[in-house]
Design a protein around this ligand. Structure first.
Ligand code: ATP
Length: 244
């Protein structure tokens, strides 16, 4: 359903993406891993049309995504790093933000409460403001917002950043369950190997602007790629990969 071909993007003299090819089937959950500054966010931003690639194509359902951007965005949801909620709005209005453009307030609120319940937040949370929530609750509210309009494609940007391991595991489980339930196609970018193991059908390792390796989680553990093995184990090789 989503194909990236030869995606290239430089900032000044620095080539951040250097011919990335990627295919994503409907309902598949792809997790993109890679060291800091390897271009994971730039890849997502190019797919979203927030950056203009220097070269390459992005196809959605077989047609250039750039020509169908509005339709794509109607079917798209995103969990932002640090949840990115609007501080001035109560939680339910954050969740219902897109719905409020197309439906009466009472209906949008009812859906927001359903989505909040789906991510484990009760109705008592609906009228609180984001500042009154813990980090884990903010992530859950961000997740409720991401799924509010029943998206077919969901991006998760570093979903466990800032959470303790137990709350991170809960968010990972919730994401996997939601992806399974909804049949949504998902791309997650993360450094967190627990997210990879919980969420991924397929893993792609981005390194110096290229996809260095991709495969299933099982294949990842047997891959025989030194950098991938170091990444999985959280192992540093002095001077091997630059200051990144
Ligand atoms: N708008 C921009 N202008 C200039 N350089 C940029 C811009 N956006 C990204 N970069 C550079 O592109 C490189 C890749 O950035 P990107 O944010 O995609 O990394 P990342 O893999 O998501 O890293 P992290 O895991 O640390 O978030 C970095 O060196 C960054 O400084």
């Amino acid at each position: 359903m989503l194909s990236v071909r030869g995606l290239t993007k430089s900032f000044g003299a620095k080539r951040v993406l250097d011919g990335v090819d990627l295919d994503l089937a409907t309902g598949e959950s792809l997790v993109v891993i890679g060291g800091s500054g390897t271009g994971k966010s730039v890849l997502l931003r190019c797919i979203l049309g927030l950056e203009t690639p220097d070269a390459g194509t992005i196809l959605w359902q077989g047609a250039p995504l750039a020509q169908r951007r509005a339709e794509f965005m109607d079917h798209f949801g995103m969990l932002f790093q640090n949840a990115a909620l609007f501080d001035s709005l109560p939680v339910w209005r954050n969740v219902a933000f897109r719905l409020l453009r197309t439906m009466p307030k009472a209906h949008a609120r009812r859906i927001a409460l359903e989505k909040l319940a789906r991510v484990g937040l009760g109705p008592e949370v609906a009228d609180l403001h984001p500042a009154e929530l813990s980090g884990g609750m903010r992530k859950r509210a961000g997740l409720a917002r991401a799924i509010a309009a029943d998206p077919k494609v969901i991006f998760f940007d570093e979903p466990t950043t800032g959470l303790d391991p137990i709350r991170a595991a809960a968010i990972n489980m919730l994401i996997r369950d939601i992806v399974d339930e909804t049949g949504a196609t998902a791309i997650t970018i993360t450094h967190d190997m627990s997210s990879v193991r919980s969420i991924a059908d397929r893993v792609a390792l981005l390194d110096r602007g290229r996809l260095r390796w991709q495969g299933t989680v099982d294949e990842m553990d047997r891959a025989g790629d030194d950098y991938l093995a170091d990444f999985i184990a959280g192992r540093a090789r002095p001077m091997a990969w630059g200051p990144g």
